[in-house]
Design a protein around this ligand. Structure first.
Ligand SMILES: Cc1cc2nc3c(=O)[nH]c(=O)nc-3n(C[C@H](O)[C@H](O)[C@H](O)COP(=O)(O)OP(=O)(O)OC[C@H]3O[C@@H](n4cnc5c(N)ncnc54)[C@H](O)[C@@H]3O)c2cc1C
Ligand SMILES: NC(=O)c1ccc[n+]([C@@H]2O[C@H](COP(=O)([O-])OP(=O)(O)OC[C@H]3O[C@@H](n4cnc5c(N)ncnc54)[C@H](O)[C@@H]3O)[C@@H](O)[C@H]2O)c1
Length: 448
């Protein structure tokens, strides 16, 4: 088969690239051996957010009870919740299939391998030849190489659970560890989080992270820092974790590894096709998503840069605008990308942390403005959940170069403020904007 573009991988980046290229008039073939939508739709953002929303509802039922509603805090029926989640996801699959048909994109349900010179071989024997090849094969979870690791599950396994585990250990303090801890605790499990470092969410602002840790502790999650898990052992009543040089602890019904991800580049034929990867298998690209091989591009998690769905999508769209849309300079700016950790409560950031700003601009130039408060609903219900908002500013004009939020609605508040930060707003611009009262968001324009 001859096309203008062959896309290897039908996740967030691959689909976005295929649709945009077809929109520019290119003939496109898309290879995807699994479900359309990749990680985000099937074992990432979407099912995670469904579970997060359910956990959030559970917390709100508790708040409602505290405010006098005649309701009892209760656990959801796990099977019913998962069925609703999967029905939502099935609708996304159907919508993708319809849009691919409408766009005239050829969908090949096969695993691809680059064979060089614009040729991609499928595992069903089909050969596709194209002037342009997009590698968008994403990544997969990795577990530490420790005895008994097979007794645990990873985030893919979490989404396959048929029932809620009563006692859960989660290993890893990054995005996924923190999110799954909040979700499971909110849905009625007893969660313990095991982290080898001394804090959660390395790379985020330590002050808002500390506030999140306080909220998680308040919600009943046990946080264990400086705990390198050395082994898992099967025991009566479940699985136990063994700390390096220490005793094994209590048994758990499930152990979830949230210890990072690896790009899907094994057996992809990249080396033979002249596509350079780093020691961890990440495809090396320039600012325009071009690899070291002419006509071969890569977007999304397989490049190991910012592993976020909107980033994969934006990279793919700009790339296709450049290759097929006559826009030679199109590329994405990876600075000031807003991101939210869907913890309970959510934590978000855009721009620089205080430490990054001090390093870049010097201590003298940096000032920070923060506020800590209890959201009104939690204060009314007398629940000890606190929000903290922090702005990092630079120079006499106090340009806001970083905004760090943790608390009720932080996930929804951040997007609009990210526009302001991207546009170079100053603290005076924030102050010149009249507050919306009474909200949590107003605390940002009132920061002193
Ligand atoms: C638990 C979890 C929660 C997340 N939550 C969020 C969130 O809330 N917000 C957010 O922005 N990001 C989130 N992410 C990250 C987000 O899912 C990824 O950044 C995004 O899916 C990357 O898109 P991609 O197209 O690069 O790869 P993927 O979506 O992983 O797609 C790659 C596709 O390539 C296919 N493939 C692999 N090898 C081949 C081959 N040889 N031939 C053909 N096809 C192949 C795979 O089957 C897969 O469908 C989350 C991730 C996880 C794991
Ligand atoms: N809300 C979102 O946007 C969202 C949600 C989930 C994932 N993601 C994306 O997916 C990526 C992967 O998420 P993740 O949580 O798997 O990775 P991560 O890099 O965020 O966190 C991995 C954690 O595992 C720990 N770790 C690594 N090896 C370990 C070991 N051997 N023993 C103990 N701990 C170990 C690390 O110290 C770290 O705390 C994220 O970086 C993010 O870009 C985004």
């Amino acid at each position: 088969m001859h096309v203008d573009l062959v896309v290897v991988g039908g996740g967030s980046g691959g689909l976005a690239g295929a649709f945009r290229a077809a929109g520019h008039g290119a003939r496109v073939a898309l290879l995807e051996p699994g479900e359309l939508g990749g990680t985000c739709v099937n074992v990432g953002c979407v099912p995670k957010k469904a579970m997060w929303l359910a956990a959030d509802l559970g917390a709100r039922i508790g708040l409602a009870a505290a405010l006098g509603f005649p309701v009892e805090p209760a656990r959801p029926d796990w099977a019913q919740l998962v069925a609703s989640r999967q029905r939502y996801i099935a609708n996304i699959h159907a919508s993708y299939r319809r849009r691919l048909d409408e766009a005239g994109i050829v969908l090949l349900p096969a695993r691809g391998r680059l064979a060089g010179k614009g040729m991609v071989e499928c595992d069903d024997g089909t050969e596709v030849e194209a002037k342009h090849v997009l590698v968008a094969t994403g990544g997969r979870p990795v577990r530490p190489d420790i005895p008994g690791a097979e007794l645990g599950i990873d985030s893919d396994g979490f989404f396959a659970l048929g029932e809620a585990p009563a006692r859960v250990a989660i290993v890893g303090g990054g995005y996924i560890g923190v999110e799954l801890a909040g979700v499971l605790q909110g849905l009625g499990s007893q969660v313990e989080l095991f982290v080898r470092g001394d804090a959660l969410l390395k790379g985020f602002d330590p002050e808002v992270v500390e506030r999140l840790q306080g909220n998680m502790h308040q919600a009943g999650i046990a946080l264990h820092f400086g705990y390198p898990v050395a082994a898992l052992e099967a025991c009566e009543g479940g699985v136990r974790l063994r700390e390096r040089g220490g005793d094994a602890g209590n048994p758990f019904d499930a152990v979830i590894f949230a210890t990072g991800r690896r790009p899907n580049t094994d057996g992809l034929g990249l080396e033979a096709a002249g596509v350079r990867t780093d020691a961890d298998g990440r495809v090396q690209v320039d600012g325009f998503q071009s690899t070291s091989a002419a006509g071969v591009y890569a977007v999304g998690d397989v490049t190991g840069r910012l592993a976020l769905t909107p980033v994969a999508i934006a990279e793919a769209r700009r790339l296709m605008d450049r290759v097929f849309g006559g826009q030679p300079d199109a590329c994405i700016d990876h600075a000031d990308v807003p991101t939210v950790v869907f913890s309970h409560p959510p934590l978000g950031r855009v721009g620089l942390t205080e430490a990054e700003a001090r390093l870049r601009f010097g201590d003298e130039a940096v000032s920070c403005h923060r506020t800590t408060f209890r959201p009104m609903l939690h204060a009314l219900a007398d629940v000890q959940q606190h929000s903290m908002f922090k702005a990092v500013c630079v120079g006499a004009e106090k340009r806001v170069v970083g905004l760090h939020l943790v608390g009720e609605a932080a996930d929804e508040i951040l997007q609009g403020f990210a526009v302001a930060v991207k546009m170079g707003a100053t603290l005076a611009d924030f102050h010149a904007t009249v507050a919306i009262h009474p909200t949590s968001a107003e605390e940002i324009v009132l920061l002193r």
